[in-house]
Write a protein that binds this ligand. Structure first.
Ligand code: PLP
Length: 327
């Protein structure tokens, strides 16, 4: 595989793959593409470049890729479903120029944010808007132009492509500094030799039509509700994500019981000790003890009715066991 910066034949072939991939992704998302190593780097680059000399305003349920990017970020509240408080955003925007970071959909609950409304407020107040679309892309319509944002972050592995590539999608060039400098790749906006095989897989994955997972999600949710589960995050959610709390039962207990039955779910975020850390997303939603009692079930793009039936059986067995133990 040639280096796309080389002028020899192999280099030019690599350059063609790179530019075809760039065009395919740009057509889908409606902006100019800067290839990165993934969602985390795309968020960091947006905050570094578009947020240069600006205040940073972020939603309380943003991913750690955004939360950890700058210590001086101002946190905007969300409601009980995890939806951004637009009145609080408007109040915060009345200060000096800001970059606002808002996710299109949440990774723990699937809750979809009012991005177009936030974009209109940002425009009115001279603020920029970066949208973390890492979870949303491939699962709902995402287009920089219709959202009215200045940039979008996406990640290959979240679309079913190989891990190791992502993109920052831009409405216009920026005036801030780059995060990684080097050989002038990506028109000087991100140094380093692009990972051509991974980027080609990324472009192939984004071209795949999104499966309709909503009927399967509804079956899984009804099964959990019938056993005492409480589905969190409101009605306007991604079709693949279920966040369900079981009152009185620690998330880690549920996770282990389901894992033994062959169902892999997650809870909060895995921290380095291997324990389940409490979810900042559910805490921001004001859920109290339930924040430590909720698991996240993600349906993969190729989920089947049999998978959902297996989940329903395992969930019922798990709840029966914990209820017996408590009696
Ligand atoms: N943003 C969101 C909403 C995510 O869910 C993730 C990963 O799960 C990231 C950013 C980070 O993306 P990556 O794993 O590609 O670095």
């Amino acid at each position: 595989m040639g280096n796309p910066s080389s002028v020899h034949t192999a280099g030019r072939a690599a350059r063609r793959i790179l530019e075809d991939s760039r065009d395919a992704i740009a057509r889908r998302l409606g902006g100019e593409i800067v290839f990165t190593s993934g969602g985390t780097e795309s968020d960091a680059l947006a905050i570094h470049a578009l947020g240069h000399n600006r205040r940073l305003l972020i939603g309380a349920t943003e991913h750690d890729a955004v939360r950890a990017a700058r210590a001086d970020a101002e946190i905007l509240p969300v409601d009980a479903n995890g939806v951004l408080d637009l009145t609080a955003l408007e109040t915060a925007l009345s200060g000096s120029p800001a970059l606002v970071c808002l996710m299109a959909a949440n990774n723990e609950t699937g809750t979809i944010q009012p991005v177009a409304e936030a974009a209109a407020l940002c425009r009115r107040h001279g603020a920029r808007l970066h949208v973390d679309a890492v979870q949303a892309a491939g699962r709902m319509a995402v287009d920089l132009r219709t959202l009215g944002a200045d940039s979008l972050a996406i990640s290959s592995h979240k679309l079913g492509g190989p891990a190791g590539a992502g993109a920052l999608v831009l409405a216009a060039d920026w005036d801030g500094p780059s995060l990684i400098v080097g050989g002038g790749q990506e028109r000087g906006r991100r140094g380093g030799t692009p990972a051509i095989p991974i980027i080609a897989g990324f472009a192939a994955a984004i071209a795949e039509p999104a499966p309709d997972l909503l009927p399967l999600r509804q079956v899984a949710e009804q099964a959990a509700i019938a056993c005492g589960g409480i589905v969190l995050g409101g009605d306007n959610r991604l079709a693949n994500t279920i966040c369900v709390a079981l009152p009185g039962v620690a998330a880690q207990t549920q996770l282990i019981a389901l894992d033994i039955a062959g169902i892999q779910v997650s809870a909060g975020s895995a921290c380095s000790s291997g324990k389940v850390a409490r979810s900042h997303v559910l805490e921001a939603m004001g859920l109290g003890a339930l924040a430590g009692e909720a698991i996240r079930v993600s349906l993969p793009w190729n989920a089947t009715q049999a998978d959902v039936a297996a989940f329903a059986t395992a969930y019922a067995a798990m709840t029966a066991r914990v209820t017996r133990r408590a009696a």
